[in-house]
Design a protein around this ligand. Structure first.
Ligand code: ADP
Length: 523
């Protein structure tokens, strides 16, 4: 049974109160008759019964809710009078029945009601009782005792009600404060129940909803609308919607999306979700926060477009520089010292070209997967070429470069991109290893997987940095401090390429001892 079933809430209705009182009163009278008391209309109980019925009719028929609430005092005061009249029978009456109207008075009118209950009890029970008992040593204390019980009861309930009022006042205040915070923050807030129904949102989120769902929203997570993926073009599928994912119990941060059809008015949002659990730990719903990141996303877009444009413009003249340098290098009439200087120009131009290629790769894709074109190729050949191309640099840096690979390893892949992966890992290993160190490249298979491992005995990477290594432009402090050239793009591109092939890259490293980069791809 619910807690409400036991409450005194029904007392607020005068009709119901009077019905219950009359029933109790009737039971009392019935017991008297059964016990053999004389009963006629002019006796105390008879008059009392008439009074009780009159009050019952009043209680039920009068539209109390439309009248001044103080008028309802007639009912409990009348009921106390009825109890008083009943006690005029020779055998006395059940004075404790007065507790009942006293409860009602205390509950409905607080301390004022308790005072009224006290006055009515004195008037209708105590005074007639004292007169009637003529100083009887048993009757006098009994009458006073009943009056005491009635007043204490009324006061107790009045006090209880006062506490409830104060408590609910505090709760109401807290609710208003929370609502004010909810509506003031500049973040859209959405609450879901465990079935994914919208149960609350703040003003900010209502604005987002109007933009994302101009036709209206049913209040159930996952509805399709003017909601787009991070590319601002693909309509977001229902099962990718943050609210839908949160309604399945998923927690996440910084899921980005665009809302709104009109490209000029469109907003970018970053969404986080946390689950709400009940006391027993069961999933009870979710809370989502939507932050407007439009300016940030537009700035990123502008930056990427700028980088792409500049890199593209740089690449064209650089290609012709490399071409002419190559021609001069092959020119047999060139004096040897000039050829040597041309080699330096060539090497640096190549480095510049690789850097520009990386910048273009990064800028052009705005977070979308790396596009690849697969064709049957030989991974062993690619790894061998990479290692041999890096050998002169390793030799001049005094680093031993070791390769262990099978003679052939056919696999369908984007050969140019995979070569970029191996080049990046091997050149990093050489770059970040001191002279006298060793770089070992291993190629092997493991069931349906191929594995390329590049291990070095170099400077190593701190555990905290390992997690961020594959994000764009990240460089460890150690790398920057040692002034090793680099832009922090190679590993993020490497990761994208590996993942586009369905593979994974990870790193195990210890500072000062070296690092092992491992790439695993399905064949
Ligand atoms: P960079 O052009 O700076 O080498 P990468 O994306 O290839 O860019 O690498 C990111 C950072 O990771 C590097 O700046 C360096 O701090 C660290 N790193 C990469 N490979 C190694 C390695 N083999 N040993 C130690 N640190 C490495």
């Amino acid at each position: 049974m619910s807690r409400r079933g036991w409450s005194l809430a029904w007392m607020a209705d005068p009709g119901r109160f009077q019905v219950v009182f009359t029933v109790l009163y009737g039971i009392d009278v019935a017991f008297r008759v059964i016990a053999g008391s004389r009963f006629d209309v002019l006796s105390g109980p008879g008059l009392g019964l008439v009074g009780a019925v009159v009050l019952l009719v009043l209680g039920v028929l009068v539209p109390w809710d439309r009248l001044d609430p103080r008028l309802t005092l007639v009912l409990p005061v009348g009921s106390i009078a009825v109890v008083g009249v009943t006690r005029l029978a020779p055998e006395g009456g059940n004075g404790l029945l007065a507790v009942f109207p006293a409860l009602w008075l205390g509950r409905q009118f607080g301390r004022f009601g308790a005072v009224i209950a006290g006055v009515a009890t004195v008037l209708f029970l105590v005074v007639p009782g004292l007169i009637y008992s003529e100083g009887d040593s048993v009757m006098v204390p009994r009458v006073l005792f009943i009056a005491l019980v009635v007043v204490v009861t009324a006061l107790a309930i009045a006090d209880g009600m006062e506490q409830v009022r104060v408590h609910s006042g505090t709760i109401e205040h807290q609710r208003r404060v929370s609502q004010a915070i909810f509506d003031t923050v500049d973040v859209g807030l959405l609450l879901l129940d465990r079935d994914g129904h919208y149960v609350g949102m703040n003003r900010r989120h209502q604005e987002f909803m109007a933009l994302g769902y101009p036709q209206g929203h049913s209040g159930q997570a996952g509805q399709l609308g003017e909601v787009f993926d991070v590319d601002a073009r693909t309509l977001m599928a229902s099962d990718r919607m943050p609210a839908h994912r949160a309604s399945l119990g998923e927690e996440f941060d910084d899921v980005r999306m665009w809302i709104g059809e009109d490209p000029a008015a469109r907003r970018a949002l970053s969404v986080s979700a946390r689950t709400v659990r009940s006391e027993d730990g069961a999933f009870a719903g979710a809370a989502l926060a939507y932050t407007d990141v439009t300016d940030f996303m537009r700035a990123l877009q502008v930056k990427d477009e700028f980088v792409a444009l500049v890199s593209h413009e740089l690449r064209t003249p650089l290609t012709s520089i490399v071409g002419y340098v190559q021609l001069l290098e092959e020119d047999s009439t060139m004096p040897p010292h000039a050829v040597e200087q041309l080699h330096v120009v060539h090497r640096n131009a190549e480095r510049l070209r690789r850097l520009i290629g990386d910048l273009l790769d990064t800028a052009q894709r705005d977070g979308s997967p790396m596009p690849i074109t697969r064709s049957p190729s030989d991974l062993a050949g690619i790894v061998l070429d990479s290692v041999e191309a890096a050998r002169p640099v390793a030799d001049s840096a005094g680093i031993e470069l070791v390769l262990s690979a099978p003679p052939r390893l056919p696999m369908s892949m984007d050969a140019q991109r995979i070569a970029q992966v191996v080049d990046n890992l091997v050149s990093n290993a050489i770059k970040y290893t001191e002279p006298g160190g060793r770089v070992t490249v291993q190629l092997g298979t493991d069931g349906d997987w191929v594995e390329v491992q590049v291990a070095d005995t170099g400077i190593g990477i701190a555990p905290d940095d390992c997690e961020r290594l594959f994000t764009r432009f990240f460089r460890t402090k150690d790398a920057a401090r040692r002034a090793v050239a680099g832009a922090g793009l190679g590993l993020s591109i490497t990761k994208d390429i590996v993942e586009s092939h369905g593979g994974r890259i990870d790193v195990v490293s210890a500072v000062g001892q070296g690092s092992v980069f491992r790439v695993r791809m399905p064949r």
